[in-house]
Design a protein around this ligand. Structure first.
Ligand code: UDP
Length: 358
């Protein structure tokens, strides 16, 4: 059946689509968790011919400061399609489309991230589409929620996303590139896996109410499939964790042994992030220790608690970060002793109220 608006044959006589899929069939999805060592959390996702990589950084202090919310953190997703991701070179940098998608994805993610656990901070989610073939916002959102989970960001649940639409007068699940380009309607959708809450819904084209209802049902059902794939990827990643932390899957046996030794004398991987961020903001700690959430409120101005520290030791911020990352990678550098980190925190708290502006 050819599309009424073009001569493109999108569905054949057997009811199969250009890539051989049935009308209600998803493209193959592959998710890999924790692919970037320098990011706090990461995910690589292949969805048909889409390839997306997501890196999460944070929680960290919000800059500019006027964007800080004293009651909660914010999630800033940045969706970007790289120049070589599409057939015609895409001009690098943000454009209207990517800004819109970034905003939508940030809002969707804020529905599941427990932002009240880390006030005044931001969690940055970098979504890089390295190969695009329709449905990239859904692929990006699906990967982003997995990467957030990998970063240890407290969340209610994962978000699963998919886009369906109308092609050659038929309702089809998970539009492919040509179906997206030449189809009659496109409905990107995302929902919270467990509760079914819809956190993203867009529509491009025309549908009757009945068609729309059917598409919503198709999207819901498929999102549950995506949700299972997300969970399986996370389980796959974390089933290799021991009490001592992560067992490096690719590291040679000797390296693994060395690493274990290092890890015994250093905090577990997730704790690594706390000291790193401690210099930028105390809130990241809150993500792991909600009871600390009150601490930042005392020194009313985060400024007082941080500036004196920075003024004394301008180089200090770099050191804990590097030192903490290394044990995660190969353990080449000595980790910062925990006492140092702990000392730094009371110091800030002491100074806050004493040197308060107010
Ligand atoms: N696309 C492109 N150049 C662009 C934007 C999009 O070639 O500047 C392609 C890309 O393959 C994308 C598809 O068109 O996946 C559909 O784009 P849309 O805006 O519908 O977003 P998506 O379906 O990827 O979420």
């Amino acid at each position: 059946m050819s599309d009424p608006y073009t001569d493109v044959q999108l569905i054949d006589k057997k009811g199969l689509r250009l890539d051989g899929r049935k009308l209600d069939e998803l493209r193959p999805i592959k998710i890999e968790v924790g692919v970037l060592k320098r990011a706090d959390g990461s995910c690589y996702l292949e969805w048909g011919e889409n390839k997306v990589i997501v890196g999460v950084y944070g929680p960290r202090e919000v800059h500019p400061r006027h964007m800080q919310n004293p009651m909660r953190g914010i999630v800033q997703a940045r969706y970007n399609m790289v120049s070589f991701s599409v057939s015609e070179r895409k001009r690098p940098g943000p454009d209207r489309r990517s800004s819109e998608i970034s905003k939508l994805l940030s809002e969707a993610l804020e529905h599941v991230v427990l932002t009240d656990r880390f006030p005044r901070t931001t969690v940055d989610v970098y979504i890089e589409v390295v190969q695009a073939s329709a449905g990239t916002r859904c692929a990006g959102l699906t990967a982003a929620s997995v990467a957030l989970a990998d970063a240890g960001i407290p969340m209610r649940d994962l978000i699963a996303s998919v886009a369906s639409g109308k092609v050659g007068d038929k309702l089809v699940l998970d539009l492919g590139q040509k179906e997206d380009n030449f189809g009659q309607a496109d409905v990107p959708f995302a929902m919270v896996g467990r509760t079914g809450e819809v956190v993203l819904l867009q529509m491009d084209g025309h549908l009757t109410i009945e068609e729309f209802d059917t598409i919503m049902e198709m999207n819901r059902k498929a999102s549950l499939e995506v949700y299972e794939i997300q969970k399986a990827a996370l389980q796959d990643r974390y089933s290799s964790f021991t009490e001592e932390g992560e067992a490096e899957p690719d590291a040679p046996e000797e390296e693994k042994k060395d690493e274990k030794k290092e890890k015994k004398s250093s905090p577990p991987p997730k704790a690594d992030k706390e000291p790193k961020d401690a210099k930028e903001s105390k809130e990241p700690k809150d993500a792991k220790k909600p009871e600390d959430a009150k601490k930042p409120k005392e020194p009313k101005d985060a400024k007082e608690s941080k500036e004196p520290k920075d003024a004394k030791k301008p180089e200090e911020p770099k050191e804990p970060k590097d030192a903490k990352e290394e044990p995660k990678a190969k353990g080449e550098k000595a980790p910062v002793p925990e006492e140092m980190v702990e000392e730094a925190i009371p110091e800030k708290d002491d100074k806050g109220p004493a040197g308060g502006d107010e």
